[in-house]
Design a protein around this ligand. Structure first.
Ligand code: 5AD
Ligand code: FES
Length: 358
């Protein structure tokens, strides 16, 4: 098929075969990207209008037992500054965010053993009782099924766990031997079965990533049907084994955002901080390529620089209110408005809201 035919098929059928995804990626040029972006932006408008959902990100711990080769807070990075927020600090960030109009809070952190089920469940339920009209999203890495279930029962609504790559060989290049692709997949399946709105995702341009690996990511996303999908460029961190590698490109990230929007029209697709880091207008460009979520930082300014997954991360000096105002202006500039509601995944039954049992 020609590039144009592949794009038309993707638009019409919401998906391609893995081989076709690979062909689409390899054959892309500026014209293809432009066509894809316009179809994807149209699709976003069909499903969500001009509303961009926003989630307040609270980075609760920079302590991590893992050693992912790409990540700045990996355990072997002795230079990383470690911190952990207390329950009161987390609740204070959420209160401030609530006042700024946020109705979803994302608690993200490294795999920090301090956050046992008891500790994290207590924080989740406190957050839900303080703000019953808000959704709580967790992004705390790999845990047992029992743990995910306990957190869900404590009130967590959503869980973000990027699959990182759907190619097991590529997974092994990005992670130490003690981490396993199969466990990552087990986690995602458990989360879905428990009832969470689930987000997967991957970095664009990570070392060793090929068009074939990306095609596997897209085929995986199509079959897994996540509610959210986080993708952003890989950006090297100086104190990691990948410190000297090339960063992912704006061009390929935007292209893939459009492909994902056409594959899963209703997916919640963030224009990520990493995208804003590699290009001053990265997030706006992401929206124009089909993204529909932004996730400004609500962490205390005193810790923001310490949650450093990659070099030159933006928004580390700004207050929450500044980020909120900044993003509002940026979204307005591309014809969109920031929505002030939970922004649930369309089509996903929302537990508890309509008095549903369980
Ligand atoms: N560049 C870009 N993204 C990164 N992440 C971790 N390290 C980097 C990096 N160097 C992403 C991973 C992880 C998410 C929280 O941040 O995909 O799942
Ligand atoms: Fe943080 Fe622009 S979003 S300063």
């Amino acid at each position: 098929m020609t590039e144009r035919e592949l794009i038309e098929k993707l638009d019409r059928e919401h998906g391609l075969t893995e081989a076709e995804y690979e062909e689409l990626i390899e054959g892309r040029d500026a014209g293809a990207s432009e066509l894809l972006a316009s179809l994807a932006a149209e699709k976003r408008k069909d499903v969500f209008g001009n509303a961009i959902y926003t989630r307040g990100l609270i980075e609760i711990s920079s302590i991590c037992k893992n050693n992912c080769l790409y990540c700045g807070i990996r355990r072997d990075n002795r230079q990383a500054e470690r911190y952990r927020l207390s329950k009161d600090e987390i609740l204070a960030c959420a209160d401030e965010g609530y006042g700024l109009g946020f109705r979803t809070f994302v608690l993200q952190g490294g795999e920090d053993a301090y956050f046992t089920d008891a500790v994290l469940c207590d924080i989740v339920s406190a957050l839900k009782s303080a703000h019953p009209d808000c959704a709580v999203t967790l992004s705390m890495g790999e845990r047992s099924r029992e743990s995910y279930k306990a957190l869900y029962d404590a009130g967590a609504d959503r869980y973000l766990l990027r699959h990182e790559t759907a190619d097991p060989k590529h997974y092994a290049m990005l992670h130490p031997a003690e981490m396993s692709f199969d466990n990552r997949m087990r986690c995602l399946i458990d989360l879905k079965e428990i009832g969470y709105q689930v987000g997967c995702g991957f970095m664009v341009g990570s070392p060793g990533q090929t068009a074939a690996a990306l095609a596997k990511d897209l085929a995986f996303i199509k079959s897994f049907e996540p509610d959210m999908c986080g993708i952003g460029p890989f950006i090297p961190h100086r104190n990691t084994p990948f410190g000297g590698e090339k960063q992912g490109t704006l061009e390929l990230t935007l292209f893939l955002l459009s492909v994902i929007r056409l594959t899963l029209p209703k997916v919640l697709l963030p224009a990520t901080t990493a995208l804003g880091t590699i290009d001053p207008q990265g997030r706006e460009k992401g929206i124009l390529a089909g993204a529909n979520v932004v996730m400004p930082n609500l962490s205390p300014v005193s810790v923001r620089k310490k949650y450093e997954l990659y070099d030159n991360k933006i928004c580390t000096g700004e207050e929450s209110a500044q980020c909120r105002g900044c993003l509002e202006a940026r979204m307005k500039a591309v014809g969109c408005t920031l929505a002030v509601d939970r922004g649930d995944a369309p089509g996903h039954p929302v537990r508890g809201l309509q008095g549903a049992a369980g």
